[in-house]
Design a protein around this ligand. Structure first.
Ligand SMILES: C[S@@+](CC[C@H](N)C(=O)[O-])C[C@H]1O[C@@H](n2cnc3c(N)ncnc32)[C@H](O)[C@@H]1O
Length: 351
C-alpha cells in the first residue's frame, strides 16, 4: 500500500500506552486532540478510557472514530448487516462525478490538466459509493455512526488504490500496480464492546478539557501541512465540490494551515496550548526531527509544570516509499509527561 499517515504513532502505541495507564474511578476522558488516524485513542480505549477524538481535518476524525466502532453500533438494520451493505456498495457501477472529473485522467478533457490519482474506473467507483452513502443517509437509512464507518471504509479503499507516493500532495506519472487494481471496500473488525466516543473537528485551541481529563497532544512537527497533503480524503469525506487549483488539484486549505508547521510559531503555539488546557495531566509527543529542538522544548515546559521526558524507541523516518525508508535511518521520538497545577472549574467544585 502506498499510504502511510505522516507522523502516525501506530508503531509507538505500546510505548505510549504505558504512560496512559488505566483510568481511575473519577478520571475523565482521554482526549486525543490531534488524533490523525486515531491509533493512540484506540489504545487508550483498550485500557478502559472514554474517548474524545479531535482533529481539524474531518477525514481524520472519521478514520479515528471508525477504529472505535462497536458491533452493536453498526447493525445496518435496513440492509441485513455490515457485510451485506459493503457488498451492495461494491456492486455499484462507476459514476462520472467530481472525483472522476478532477482526479482521474478524465480531468484532461474536463479541466485541461491530466491528473492521475485514480484510474477512471476507480474514481467513478468512489463517486458512486460516496453518493450512495449520502443518499441512504438523507433517507435516514443509516445512523451517524454507520455513515461515518462506511466513509472511513471508502477512505481506506481509496488509499489502497491511490497512485501516490505516500500522500495526496501529488500523483505519480506512472501507474503503480496497486493503482491499476480495483477499488474494493472491505468490512473491518468491529469492537465487541462499544466505547463512549466524542468526535470533534475543531482547531485544537478550542478544546475545553476538564481537570481530570488526560490530554494527549501529537502536533505536526514539520512544515508538511496535513490539510494540503490529504486534500482528497477531505473532499471525499465532506462530499463537496470545491474549486480546486493547480496540477495537484488542491482544494482551498489555507484556512486549516497549522501554526505548528511553521518553525517560528511552533514553540509559542505549543506552550500557549498547554498553558490554556485545564487538565492536570498532559502527554506530549514530539520528534527530534521537529521544528522545536528537544532541549528547548523541555526547558520551556519546565516553566509550566513538572515534566518527565521519555525517549521512546526510534522509529523509521517518514519516507514517501519503501526504497527511501529502507535507505534511511531512524528518528528519535519523545513523550513528555506533564503535570500541572490547575484551578478546578466551578462545575467541578460543586461536585
Ligand atoms: C502528527 S499528526 C497526528 C498523528 C496521530 N497521533 C496518529 O497516530 O495518527 C498531527 C495531526 O494534527 C492535525 N492538526 C494540525 N493542526 C491542528 C490544529 N490546529 N487543530 C487540530 N488539529 C490539527 C493534523 O490534521 C494531523 O492529523
Amino acid at each position: 500500500m502506498s499510504f502511510r499517515y505522516i507522523g502516525s504513532k501506530a508503531r509507538l502505541v505500546e510505548a505510549i500506552a504505558e504512560h496512559i495507564g488505566t483510568p481511575a474511578k473519577n478520571d475523565g476522558m482521554f482526549i486525543d486532540a490531534f488524533c490523525g488516524t486515531g491509533a493512540v485513542a484506540e489504545s487508550a480505549a483498550k485500557l478502559g478510557w472514554d474517548i474524545w477524538v479531535n482533529d481539524h481535518l474531518i477525514s481524520a476524525g472519521i478514520m479515528a472514530a471508525a477504529r472505535l466502532t462497536g458491533q452493536e453500533q453498526a447493525q445496518f438494520k435496513h440492509f441485513g448487516g455490515y457485510d451485506q451493505i459493503v457488498s451492495l456498495l461494491n456492486e455499484l457501477k462507476p459514476v462520472q462525478g467530481f472525483i472522476w472529473r478532477e482526479y482521474s485522467p478524465a480531468s484532461a478533457g474536463m479541466v485541461g490538466i491530466e491528473r492521475r490519482y485514480f484510474t477512471e474506473e476507480n474514481a467513478g467507483r468512489i463517486d458512486a459509493i460516496r453518493g450512495q452513502i449520502n443518499t441512504w443517509k438523507e433517507f435516514d437509512a443509516l445512523t451517524d455512526i454507520e455513515e461515518q464507518l462506511l466513509i472511513a471504509d471508502l477512505l481506506s479503499a481509496a488509499n489502497r488504490v491511490a497512485n501516490i507516493a505516500g500522500t495526496y500532495g501529488c500523483f505519480l506519472s506512472k501507474w503503480t500496480s496497486q493503482a491499476n487494481g480495483k477499488l474494493v471496500l472491505t468490512p473491518r473488525e468491529l469492537k465487541q464492546k462499544s466505547v463512549r466516543v466524542r468526535v470533534t473537528s475543531d482547531d485544537v485551541t478550542n478544546i475545553q478539557a476538564e481537570t481530570n481529563d488526560l490530554v494527549y497532544l501529537d502536533p505536526p512537527y514539520t512544515k508538511r501541512q496535513y490539510a494540503a497533503y490529504y486534500h482528497i480524503l477531505e473532499t471525499i469525506s465532506l462530499y463537496d465540490e470545491p474549486e480546486v487549483q493547480g496540477v495537484s488539484g488542491l482544494r482551498p486549505w489555507q484556512e486549516k494551515a497549522s501554526d505548528f508547521c511553521y518553525r517560528r510559531r511552533a514553540l509559542h503555539s505549543l506552550l500557549d496550548l498547554i498553558r490554556g488546557l485545564n487538565s492536570r495531566r498532559i502527554l506530549l509527543s514530539y520528534s527530534e526531527e521537529g521544528h522545536i529542538a528537544i532541549d528547548d522544548l523541555l526547558n520551556s515546559l519546565y516553566q509550566i509544570g513538572s515534566v518527565v521526558p521519555y525517549s521512546l524507541m526510534n522509529v523509521g523516518r517518514y519516507r514517501p516509499n519503501k526504497t527511501a525508508s529502507n535507505n534511511n535511518s531512524t528518528v528519535g521520538e519523545y513523550l513528555f509527561v506533564i503535570e500541572k497545577e490547575v484551578q478546578l472549574t466551578s462545575k467541578e467544585m460543586v461536585v
